[in-house]
Design a protein around this ligand. Structure first.
Ligand SMILES: *Cc1c(COP(=O)(O)O)cnc(C)c1O
Length: 399
């Protein structure tokens, strides 16, 4: 039989084995432990010779359905899950890196990831090399010096820069590095990093996968060998995904393909729409032909994603006036939800950084991150337009 297409998989994948009582939907199994009357069977399950569950910190049927669905959507051999996206990232790095190791990454990773690189890994005597995100030659040179892990994110948060994943993965593999990509912004609808040669794909499921801003979670997909090691680290360290969250994420993922298709479209239209306003200094979206990473994005992505950002003249002052005027947007730290979400980078993705650190990353204080929701595009455009028009005339806007 022919392999099912993405839309079909996002609805059906991973669920069948967890159904009980003739239910058509995966049950939320809240039980912390799983009991056995047969001591020998218990032992066989405990040592992994027989399928089954022992204790909720390790495995759970609802959580397993979520893991199986994301595994199939990313085209991976194995997947495991976490309480948050940051837990997925920290547990993966904790599994792979030891004192004396070197990791190569980029300056534009998610703010929390950047903190792991600058604050926590150095404490463990891990050598961290962060390269300019757009500069493929420099990244390649640093990889060639040798590294245990190559860690990438594409598109990046919040200026949606694009890294050539295939080229970097090749360089990483050539020196024996484990290549990791945070695929949160792209989602498996737009990009499958494993097809591009990477070893591990990470998700903050809190964002697009769940899609409704009502559950935290994370996932790692890759080879059985690597995922088992990361799973072992997580089962001991305890950053387990909660069954209720797993259920909400699982339900969200059933409409992933529909939501992302709409979010791709809305983000593209908003990016183009924003360019006409004098107050808008810069628009960042990989779907714009003038975007530096457009050609690479076209090669490695099937869609350009729901995330864009734009810088307004007048910096923080303009942002302070503009954002509260939007009717159809949450001013909040999350992204990837069905509702449009806006926020200044200095309050959201890079709140952990100092203004100097943000400036060094090329993040202007007047940068607004825009996560396109699935609302009607005409309403979103009109909303922005009225907010721009309502800005005070005396705003000190220098062009
Ligand atoms: C939000 C986010 C994370 C962290 O995920 P949490 O679920 O909030 O811990 C990691 N990477 C990217 C790209 C993100 O947007």
């Amino acid at each position: 039989m022919k392999e099912a297409k993405f839309a079909t998989k996002s609805i059906w994948a991973g669920e069948k084995d967890q159904l009980a009582f003739g239910a058509t939907q995966v049950p939320v199994v809240h039980s912390v432990s799983f009991g056995y009357d047969d001591m020998d069977e218990w032992y066989e399950v405990a040592i992994g010779n027989k399928k089954g569950h022992i204790y909720g910190r390790n495995t759970n049927p609802t959580v397993e359905a979520f893991e199986e669905k994301i595994r199939i959507l990313e085209g991976a051999e194995a997947a495991t899950s976490f309480s948050t996206g940051m837990a997925a990232i920290s547990n993966t790095l904790g599994t792979l890196l030891h004192p004396g190791d070197r990791i190569v990454s980029i300056k534009d990773t998610y703010g929390g990831t950047n903190k792991i690189f600058t604050e926590f890994l150095p404490q463990l005597n891990v050598d961290v090399m962060l390269c300019d995100t757009g500069d493929h030659d420099v990244i390649e040179q640093e990889i060639e010096k040798g590294c245990k892990v190559l860690y990438l994110e594409s598109p990046t948060n919040p200026t949606v820069k694009i890294t050539d994943i295939k080229r970097m993965a090749q360089a990483g593999k050539a020196v024996g590095a484990t290549v990791v990509v945070d695929n949160t912004f792209a989602t498996p609808v737009n990009q499958n990093p494993i097809e591009l040669g990477v070893d591990l794909v990470i998700h903050s499921a809190t964002k697009f996968l769940g899609g409704h801003a009502d559950a935290l979670g994370g996932a790692v997909c890759g080879s059985k060998e690597l995922v088992e090691k990361i799973y072992h680290y997580r089962e001991i360290n305890g950053a387990t995904l909660d069954p209720m969250a797993a259920y909400l994420l699982l339900r969200g993922m059933k409409t992933l393909h529909l939501r992302i298709e709409k979010q791709n479209q809305n983000a593209q239209e908003i990016a183009e729409f924003l360019k006409q306003f004098d107050i808008v200094e810069d628009v960042f979206y990989p779907g714009l032909t003038e975007h530096k990473g457009h050609e690479t994005a076209k090669q490695q992505m099937r869609g350009f994603g729901g995330m864009l950002s734009f810088a307004v003249k007048g910096g923080v002052d303009t942002v302070r006036h503009l954002l509260p005027k939007l009717r159809y947007a949450n001013r909040a730290a999350n992204l990837g939800s069905v509702e449009t979400v806006v926020g200044p980078a200095r309050t959201t993705s890079h709140v952990e950084c100092t203004p100097a650190e943000r400036a060094a990353m090329g993040i202007p204080e007047g940068l607004i991150r825009y996560s396109a929701g699935i609302e009607d595009i005409e309403d979103l455009k009109q909303d922005l337009e009225q907010a721009f028009q309502a800005l005070p005339q005396d705003l000190a806007v220098q062009s």
